[in-house]
Every structure is written in C-alpha cells, then in structure tokens.
Design a protein around this ligand. Structure first.
Ligand code: S3P
Length: 437
C-alpha cells in the first residue's frame, strides 16, 4: 500500500494563535539524562512524535522504567550513571538520528555490548562522525561501511578532546555523554556553535559543564538527580507556521509557549530580512531553556541569500525557509551539504518536490535556489510532491502548496508523525474556510 497522501487547498492567508508539540531535541536529552540520573524524573509536554518514542523504547530496553502517566506526561526511574542493563536484543532507533547518535555515546561507557538499528533512512546515514571519537575514547564499534546497524562494545573510557570537522550537536552530545562515563575531562571544540540543549539539560539534572567559547567540557563520574521538567514547544515545528505567516499577505500567527533558545531561533532574523514583522517575547526560563511567544505578520517579500556561516543555526529550518519563495521572492542557500545526509537527501527531495508543485527550483552541490512560480504567473500551478519519508519535507511542501492556484497532493504525508502529529489538523484550523481560494 502506498503511504498516505494529503491534499492541500490553496489559501489566501493563515491566521490564529496556537501552541506546538514539545521540542524533539530537548525531549530526547531529558529522557536520556533521566535514565542516567538517580531517582524519578517527570517530563511534561514530552514530544509526541515517533522519534522521541523511539528514545523511550530504547531506554526501556536498557532497563529503565518508563511510564506514560497521562497524555504528554512521562515518568522515568533513573538507573544512575553506568548502571543501565544489557538489553535482550537490538535497540531500534526508528527514523531518529538523535536517538541513535546520542545513545551511542551513552552505550560506549557501559560494561556490555549493544546493537543499535534504525529504519531504511537511518540505515543510510553516516555514523563515522560519532564512531571515530567514541573509538578514540576506548569503545569498539562495528558498523557496515560506517552505517547502522552499530554494535557498540562498551569499555572503560578515557577522556579526549574532540574537534569535529562539521558542526553537529548530535556529535558534540554523543562525545559529552560518553565523557560523563570517562575518567578525566572530555572536551569538544566545535567549528561553529550548534544547539546547546545537552549543556543546559546536564546542568538542570545537577551536573557540571564548562563552556569556554566554542569548547564544552565535562568531567566523568558526576551524579545526576531526577527532576520534574516541562518541555517547551518545538521552535522547528513552529517554523512552518511562522514561514506561512511571513509569506501569505494578510497573515498573522501567534505561537505561545515555544522554546526560544538562541541557538535555535536564527529563523526570526531571516523572516525580518525577508520583510515580515516579527515580535518575540521571552516570558520564562525553565531548566535553562528560555520560552515565550512569537508573532509573525506578513509585510514585504524579499530576496534571501543564506550564507554558509548561517547554516548551523538554521539547519532544521532550511526546508521551511525554502517554502517562503513559493509565494514570491527568491531564496538561495549555500554551504548546506549537511542537508544531503538528513532523513532524506533534503536538497534533491526539496528541489524535486517544489518542481512538482510548479515552482522554480534549482539544485546546487551544497544548497538550492527557489524562485517562485515556474509559469511566470503570480501563483505556482500546484501539483504533486513526494516527501520521501521525510517529515520536514512533507511540512515544507504543505506550506509551499498554500501558494498554488490549484490543490496539491503531498505523497508520504504521514512522515509528519515523526515530529508533528496533528500538523495537518492545525493547518486546516489556521486556514479559515473562507480563506481558501
Ligand atoms: C539535532 C541536531 C541536528 C538537527 C537534528 C537534531 C539534535 O543534527 O539537524 O534534527 O537534537 O542534536 P546534526 O547534529 O547532525 O547537525
């Protein structure tokens, strides 16, 4: 049976106030630290997507008691550092690179061997970037040509200083998690700043982390303590609505209780550069993570050039940013070859999908150019786009399709379940019935 398809009707504008599901990156980290901590952790607004469920399933396999006490609230009974239990079979990370890479760091420091597997997409993704530093710390790791399944033979680890070639929060986090199990102080010196949720979460669980410019260090053998925490809304999910609001004249979107960690919010400056009116209000900081409201209103439509040094701060928002140019203006992205090793090759998938919707799109080796309707008319024709199993592609195509003259079909639309169950229902609510064209 082919995967489900969604039909997107053209829309004049989007309007409304909403919250988005809990942040995927933060939820993974809270669950992992809860497992390594002593005592019970309660997590509210735990991210409902399949990726964060994969993390919980893997932790159950490692002997952690995980209970879903009510919708969105999960409790975990920590086993303490170094006390996970040897699993009875392979652990399945599903589609989730964060689950697999961060767990690899944790498992490198255990006294047993574990096999981590993933779905077809995850099994194609590069793992040498985590294998190399973890092997240098003393773990032995088997893989097939640098791809999952990974079998991690845990060991007594030694501290290292790692300098990743490519900026990656997943690599940084894997090494820091292994560092918690190592003797001495492990450091990661990043080539550019990446999301710092691991650093903030470790502190929230009572751990210590030293930050000196782009170098982050942890010392092994710390004691972490279970916590009660709530996960802020996922800025990367909110991004799709913020882009829609910036792109469709007359739109106004307000997102409440969304995470506003500055390592994640570079999109807001991009929307202003494009010509939108953006208002941000940080209302609280919980467990070191700022959160609050964001309002975006369409105003002008411009031309955007995203430079390579902006890419690490926008890595998950680039598919949404591409959708800005379906409605007018032009978006050029360079220095983003990392997009080729995400859940799909996001450069190829994006360009093929946008062309399928009647939008001018051109592939570059390390990015793309999206430049409005292909026909020279004011709106793209609409058509058909295949998400190729990639959640952010499905959502980007849906936002782009709002600009079209005719309804469009997004194949593989169920991929949104990875990070944003309810995405299409929310879309229907934000596009008022009399605002469809
Ligand atoms: C993530 C880091 C990023 C991002 C991914 C989530 C994380 O990946 O694209 O969706 O939670 O650490 P990289 O570390 O590969 O850049």
């Amino acid at each position: 049976m082919p995967p489900p398809a969604a039909t997107i009707a053209p829309a004049r504008r989007v309007q409304g106030r909403l919250t988005v599901p809990g942040d995927k990156s933060i939820a993974h980290r809270y669950a992992l630290f809860a497992a390594l901590a002593e005592g019970r952790t309660t997590l509210r607004q735990y991210a409902p997507g399949a990726d964060c469920r994969s993390t919980l399933a893997c932790l159950r396999g490692l002997g952690v008691e995980v209970e879903e006490v009510s919708q969105g609230t999960v409790t975990l009974l920590g086993r303490g550092l170094g006390h996970l239990r040897s699993p009875s079979g392979p652990l399945d990370a599903g589609n989730s690179g964060t689950t697999l890479r961060l767990l690899a760091g944790v498992l490198a420091g255990q006294t047993f061997s574990t096999t981590l597997i993933g779905d077809e997409s995850l099994s194609r993704r590069p793992m040498r970037r985590v294998m190399a530093p973890l092997e240098r710390m003393g773990a032995r790791i088997d893989a097939t040509d640098g791809h999952p399944p990974l079998t991690i033979h845990g060991a007594l680890l030694r501290a290292i200083t790692h300098q990743p070639e490519t900026p990656s929060a997943q690599v940084k986090s894997a090494v820091l998690l292994a560092g918690l199990h190592a003797e001495g102080t492990t450091s990661v010196a990043e080539p550019a700043a990446t999301r710092d949720h691991t650093e903030r979460a470790l502190t929230a669980f009572g751990g210590h982390v030293r930050i000196n410019g782009l170098t982050v260090s942890v010392t092994g053998g710390q004691h972490l303590q279970g916590q009660t925490l709530s996960v802020p809304g996922d800025f990367s999910s909110a991004a799709f609505w913020l882009v829609a609001a910036a792109a469709l004249p007359g739109s106004h979107i307000e997102v409440d209780d969304v995470g506003l960690n500055p390592t994640r919010t570079a999109l807001l400056g991009i929307l202003e550069r494009f010509g939108a009116r953006v208002h941000v209000d940080v209302t609280t900081t919980d467990a070191g993570e700022p959160r609050g409201h964001v309002t975006v209103e369409a105003d002008r439509m411009g031309t955007l050039d995203i430079a390579p040094d902006e890419v690490p701060g926008l890595i998950d928002e680039l598919p949404a940013i591409a959708a800005l140019a379906a409605h007018g203006g032009q978006v050029t992205v360079r220095g983003a070859s990392e997009l080729r090793v995400k859940e799909s090759d996001r450069i190829t998938t994006l360009v093929a999908g946008f062309r399928g919707l009647g939008i001018n799109a051109e592939e570059l080796a390390d990015g793309f150019v999206i430049a409005g309707p292909a026909t020279g008319s004011t709106r793209p024709s609409g058509g058909r786009a295949d998400a190729r199993g990639d959640h952010r592609m499905a959502m980007s195509f849906a936002i782009a399709a709002l600009a079209a003259e005719h309804p469009s079909v997004i194949d593989g639309s169920d991929a949104v379940l990875i990070s944003y169950p309810g995405f299409f229902e929310t879309l229907a609510r934000l596009v008022a019935p009399n605002d469809t064209l």
